[in-house]
Each structure stands twice: as C-alpha cells, then as structure tokens.
Design a protein around this ligand. Sequence first.
Ligand code: ADP
Ligand code: TRP
Length: 327
Amino acid sequence: MAKVLTALQPSGVLHLGNYFGAIEPAVTLQAQHDLTMFVVDYHAITVPQKPDELRRNILFATAAYLACGIDPKKTLLFQQSAVPQHAELAWILQCVARMGELERMTQFKDKAGAKAEKVSVGLFTYPVLMAADILLYDTQTVPVGADQKQHVELARDLAIRFNRDYGETFVVPEPSIRAEGARVMGLDDPTKKMSKSAASAKNYISLLDDEGAILKKVKAAVTDSGAAVRAGEGRPAMTNLLTIYSLVTRRSIKEIENDYLGKGYGDFKADLAEVITLWLKPLQAKIETYLEHEEELVKILDAGAQKARERAERRMKAVRERIGVAL
Ligand code: ADP
Ligand code: TRP
C-alpha cells in the first residue's frame, strides 16, 4: 500500500476549501492507502496563539477529522507535538536547506508581506518543519491543495540533497494535487483562494456556520457581470459558486447550469445557500458529539502518537547515524 501523508493546522475555523481541498481527499484515500494524518500544532505557533484557544482548536480539528470520516483504525492520526522527532528532524533539515530556497516560498512572502522583519523565524522555516513531517514517515504521496505544492517540492529537494550528501535515507515524496475543487476561491474575491485568514469572514463558509450565516454570506458573494448562471473563462465568481454547488451536491456543473437556464443569480444563490446548509447539518452534529467526549479524543490522539513515535524514531535513528552524531 502506498504511503500517503497529510496534515492540517488546528485552526478554530475549517472552511469549505479545507474540506474539499484537504479533508475529503484524505478520507477517500484512507480506504486504499497507508494514510498518516496529523494536527500540526507546531506549525500553528509560527504565528501568535492563545494557549487555551490552541488547546481547544487541536481538539476541534481532531473532532472535525473524525466527523468527516477519518477512521483511526485505518489511519495513523495524532498530534504533531506529541512526536518530538518532527522538531528534531526539522532542525537537522534546517542545516540542509538554503536561505535562498526558503526566500522563494510564495506563502511566506504572502504571509509576511511588508513586515518580514517582524514575523517569527518559525514562519520563515515553517516549510522545513513540513518537510520533516513528510520525510519521517517514508511518505510517497502528499495530497495537498495547489498552494502547498511548493512546500512539498522543497521536501523533495531536501530529501534528494540529504540522500546525496549522507547516503540513501529518505523516500522522495510526490505532491498530488486534486484537480476539481482543489482550489475553492473566496466568496468576496474569487481571484484569491478561500482562506480563514482573509480580511472578512464573508470570504469563507465555515464548517460550523449556521443557516443564517450561510445565507448571508452566499447572498453577499461577488458575481460576474451579466445575469446567466454559467461557469467558464472570464467568469471567476460564478465558476467558483457553481464549483461549490457541484461539490456539495455531487452533480456536474453542466447539469446545474441547465437547471438555471433562464433563471437569475437570486434564485441560484438562495438554492446554493440551502444545499450547503443541508450538506453541513449532519456533519456539524457529528463534530459536536465528538467534542462532548473530550477524553475519547485525547485517547485516540495518544494511541496514534505512540505508534507514530515508534515509526518516526526508526527513521531518526538512521538520520543520527548518517550525520555522525550517533556514538
Ligand atoms: P487557510 O488558508 O484557510 O489558512 P490552510 O493554509 O490552513 O488554510 O490550509 C489547510 C489545508 O487546506 C491545506 O492542505 C490547503 O491546501 C487546503 N486549502 C486551504 N484553502 C483552500 C482552498 N481555498 N481550496 C482548496 N484547498 C484549500
Ligand atoms: N503546511 C500545511 C498547511 O498549511 C500543513 C502541513 C504541515 C502539511 N505539515 C504537512 C501538509 C505535511 C501536508 C504534509 O496546510
């Protein structure tokens, strides 16, 4: 079975982009692959976090994964910080990575913007921790959204360089980008991806949004000029809304377009809000049930971490030997 690995930040918000770009593909994958999936709390602290909120968010992310269908019997599910080998390998890989390589990372440039002097060093070296995450588990495939491709390519480059300099140690991973729905765009700006760090909460639909919030956000969503409910070139807003409709109903965009021939944006948006709400309700109920049983969540994470530590330590042992620190 191919070794597949992915991870998600423990943010208080998970949105449709996270679901269709990251969580759902992972759930599909676990059926046929050896899947490793974890909550990257050490990635989260690259920007300031409130400790009690971070703790809550780790539990929320876990509850959300489980509610979406991640099965801890099939998938190795754990919390990144519970496996100290991640931080250890990240340090060693920081000594393999080059400044120039990290300076080219577009996510850092986007996130740091003009205040590059003031952001944490961790935000800059974040892709190296991600490389460690991937390389510790002999990962072959990393399913991610398009925005993370550059980071997986860095993991490849670091694996190749380490293997060249110290001898064959790491499997060289491949990114796998989901074609349809890989990028859900912002409702308020369809030229940028849907993101929880967008300026306004109107940018995204959270997995926890209620009916009222969804209706408000969908109604406020930007549309293209003209009146036809049609996707296509030069129609980024409608393409995005139709993509979302298609993802939650599992019907093709063509079919949905046909339903709205001769109808306007108003009808379409009201229906879109409804199909999103219907799709989210059962998921929200499941997340809530998991969160009501916190001890269960912690137990699941602990069991996963124990297995992960054993696997990670095997790889770290080889790394320590190769670089000459094992006596
Ligand atoms: P955000 O931009 O909201 O902070 P993250 O950077 O935490 O999202 O992304 C978590 C995961 O979800 C990653 O695998 C990423 O590729 C995926 N993802 C994030 N936003 C989107 C999106 N709009 N469309 C598709 N996938 C996304
Ligand atoms: N950087 C990824 C993100 O922001 C999360 C992540 C951390 C990750 N480590 C990973 C994704 C390893 C895939 C594999 O979404």
